[in-house]
Design a binder for this molecule. Sequence first.
Ligand SMILES: C[S@@+](CC[C@H](N)C(=O)[O-])C[C@H]1O[C@@H](n2cnc3c(N)ncnc32)[C@H](O)[C@@H]1O
Length: 273
Amino acid sequence: MLEPTTPTLGSCFAFARNKLDEADARALCEEAFSVDFSGLIADADAPVTNVQLKRLRDFVRRRSDGEPVAYIVRSKGFWRHEFAVTSDTLIPRPETEALVETVLPFLSSVSRVLDLGTGSGAIGLSIAAETGAHVLLTDLSCTALQVAAENAATLAINVQFRQSNWYDAIDESFDCIVSNPPYVASHDKHLQIGDLPYEPHLALDGGLDGLEALRIVVGEAPDHLRPGGRLMVEHGFDQADAVGTLFCAAGFQRIELLRDLSNHPRVTHGLLT
Ligand SMILES: C[S@@+](CC[C@H](N)C(=O)[O-])C[C@H]1O[C@@H](n2cnc3c(N)ncnc32)[C@H](O)[C@@H]1O
């Protein structure tokens, strides 16, 4: 017989909400109790087990200590899919969806695409799912590539994987290269704020001026693009001029800059004629 004090979905949500903001409390309760938010509300009087309660308490403690929700629930929505994420992968950002949105009109099912620094695979897998293009996902991190492969299997998306230090292990040519490389300057105080201290340094640190990876990704792209090929990169909101200069120096034409949902300059792309 259950005691009247038995915790319920409703009382557990109230407990989490008391410690965290609503979005976080909701996400952690959904994960702890394997229920969506409408179920949480509709079945507010349903009892929870001790195991579930312990799980929620652990989640709330970790979130209160600063750990990103995406790492606690091991998942993040991006474009049209949920992607598994771990502390070996960057948490895909909404602003990166601008890159996916921009590249799609240039691709078809016969395009060959290279996603450099794929992390969880969010960009490359979204492109492959939308277009049926042949996409090669690369990263220096083997553990990130394992997560990307797990996502490809879960989503049943057919792509290829390769470990590579930028272009070092790439000898093919592509119709399109996409990349969201690390672009935060090593001394930038933002590396110590919010989710960033929990994310892999390799995914964030772009060297002294934040442009070290971008110099390689842009500068060496012409050696790996077919004539008429296109390069598209994400960068910091204050790096547009520097990245535009890199595109010009590498011989790209029709260089365009796009803004993200917050109206920040975020993606530069150009054509190799
Ligand atoms: C900003 S994260 C982007 C991850 C993913 N593409 C996304 O947008 O969510 C940069 C990625 O570049 C990878 N990376 C860092 N240095 C690299 C290198 N030298 N060669 C290849 N990949 C590298 C990191 O492991 C990380 O996955």
